[in-house]
Ligand binder design. Structure first.
Ligand code: SF4
Length: 371
């Protein structure tokens, strides 16, 4: 993994207080005794791959805010010793209500964290219970206030559509309550029923508890319209921001800017090679092991289309031509024409992007567009 150009840095914290009922992310509960060993392993890898200029840092999980006081002081000390962090770097931490304290937020601010992503999901306590979250709406309000008081001026709130028992009315309540707080950024994701989760079993035995596709589609359309009215611009399928607060780190990911992933299961994209760190915690704590795969030109083209079309700005003929030549650019754009006719896409000169209706069926369309 040798490359000295500016890149984005992702750090994975694979620990949670309790596993949520829908979650298949790489995270474990009940492993508090591993926190400090894990920090040592992260610092081992940071030292190994130091030397880069870093434009953004994203600490994701898991629940990064579950880590004890002092964890991020040490981690950022190591990051600053080994990387050159650009002065205007966006530095995000994911935090979950129920784990964030005022002292932790003060530490985050002190080490240079300037953006917080709060995992709210819903403001309706019954829905939070169904999801198996550890927090209530009141806990979230406290966390939001703690973050603001600590001086975090850029806050994202994560919401979820498709929760069992959720209705258009209850989701409207959630959206309205969140908008009143004026976070700089809101992410609204659709619940996916993942293999091996308690929700898979719930879906198998009581599918009627889940809002159907039509209801979830309505929730999505309602979200786009509601947030637009409140001054949030949609810049990606699930992401909305007030002026200037789009997440730079994630935009970099969708534009295929090189990134270095540190930590269990983290992936990196460097020189069109994808690296994936082992997902075995015991192995990772002993030594860094990872797999790598050099992407083919077809992989790169497919990723460019799939990731580019997630963004509201979409993809353009001229960009594709510059990167891949006239043949591929012409072929791709010609295939988009029918989606424009069907109302799934719009275009502005040579730039094509999904409409709200198109985003709802984007998985199907993207699979049709793969080379
Ligand atoms: S807090 Fe997030 S990462 Fe942890 S179990 Fe719940 S959904 Fe998964």
């Amino acid at each position: 993994m040798k490359n000295k150009q500016a890149m984005e840095l992702y750090i994975h914290i694979p620990f949670c207080k309790k596993k949520c009922n829908y979650c298949d992310f790489l995270s474990f509960s009940g492993k508090e005794y591993r926190y400090w060993d894990y920090l040592e392993a992260l610092m081992r890898d940071i030292r190994r791959y130091g030397g880069h200029t870093v434009s953004t840092i994203y600490i994701g999980g898991g629940t990064p805010s579950a880590m004890p006081i002092g964890f991020y002081d040490k981690l950022f000390g190591c990051i600053r010793e080994n990387f050159f962090l650009q002065p205007d770097a966006e530095v995000t931490i994911e935090a979950n209500p129920g784990t964030l304290t005022a002292a932790k937020a003060v530490e985050y601010k002190r080490v240079g964290i300037n953006r917080m992503s709060l995992g709210l999901q819903s403001t309706v306590d019954e829905e939070l219970q169904t999801l198996g979250r550890i927090h209530t709406y009141t806990d979230f309000l406290k966390s939001f206030e703690i973050a603001r008081k600590a001086g975090i001026a850029n806050i994202n709130v994560d919401l979820m559509m498709g929760i069992p028992g959720q209705t258009e009315e209850s989701f409207k309540t959630t959206l309205s309550r969140v908008a009143l707080l004026h976070p700089e950024h809101i992410s609204a994701y659709m619940l996916m029923v993942e293999d091996g989760t308690p929700f898979q079993e719930l879906y198998r035995t009581q599918p009627e508890r889940f809002p159907n596709e039509e209801v979830v589609g309505n929730l999505y359309e309602m979200t786009v319209a509601f947030l637009a009215k409140k001054g949030y611009e949609q810049y990606e399928i699930s992401n909305f921001s007030r002026g200037g607060y789009a997440c730079k780190h994630n935009i970099g990911y969708w534009r295929r800017i090189p990134y270095l992933g540190i930590g269990l299961g983290a992936s990196s994209l460097i020189d069109d090679t994808r690296y994936r760190v082992t997902t075995d915690l015991a192995e990772y704590l002993k030594e860094l092991s990872y797999e790598s795969e050099k992407l083919t030109m077809t992989d790169i083209k497919n990723e460019t289309i799939i990731l580019g079309l997630r963004l509201k700005e979409g993809i353009s003929y001229s960009d594709l031509k510059e990167e891949f030549g006239e043949g591929f650019a012409g072929r791709t754009i010609a295939r988009l024409g029918k989606y424009v006719e069907e109302g799934f896409m719009e275009h502005d000169y040579d730039r094509f992007y999904f409409t709200t209706k198109g985003y709802l069926v984007s998985n199907t369309i993207l699979s049709e567009l793969m080379e």
